[in-house]
Design a protein around this ligand. Structure first.
Ligand SMILES: [Zn+2]
Length: 159
């Protein structure tokens, strides 16, 4: 019984009204309000330079958020997020996440030419360029030939 008050914070001793009741009446001090709100997800974090690359809101969950780089659930406190952001494993994960994003933006880039076609044309270009170089074919001719080859590949659809 004697121990029951030891864990309580000093603010509680000033009033006998329970915190919950005062919160409902909107009687909490600014400090207490901060304490209550501290663990809630904040929209602004999504634009925060340190968090925006990996932080995701969990729908219908105000107290938890997600690190999409590590694929783990985190508590929505800023200090927690800052701590997580400094982790070595996390920064590695963010880096590879970024690489993945770059790759997918390349693959998904809007173009009529598929990646496979593009790859074949590129390979053909490189092989031909090497062939031309070996045989001293002028670069002017290569410049004219390259678009022609693309046309041929696209028409025949073998690329
Ligand atoms: Zn992480």
């Amino acid at each position: 019984m004697d121990n029951s008050f030891e864990c309580e914070e000093p603010t509680f001793k000033k009033t006998n009204t329970p915190k919950k009741k005062r919160a409902a009446r909107n009687e909490l001090t600014t400090k207490e309000k901060e304490r209550v709100n501290r663990k809630l997800f904040r929209q602004e974090w999504l634009n925060h330079e340190d968090f925006k690359n990996w932080l995701k809101k969990i729908p219908n969950h105000k107290l938890k958020c997600k690190c999409i780089a590590c694929n783990i659930i985190l508590s929505c406190s800023k200090s927690e997020l800052e701590k997580h952001n400094k982790g070595k494993k996390h920064s590695d994960n963010v880096k590879s996440l970024r690489g993945l994003k770059n790759m997918s933006s390349f693959v998904n880039r809007p173009s009529k030419t598929s990646t496979k076609e593009l790859h074949v044309v590129k390979t053909a270009e490189i092989k031909l360029a090497a062939f031309f170089a070996e045989n001293n074919v002028s670069f002017q001719l290569i410049d004219k030939l390259t678009p022609l080859l693309k046309e041929i590949f696209n028409d025949s659809n073998t690329a």
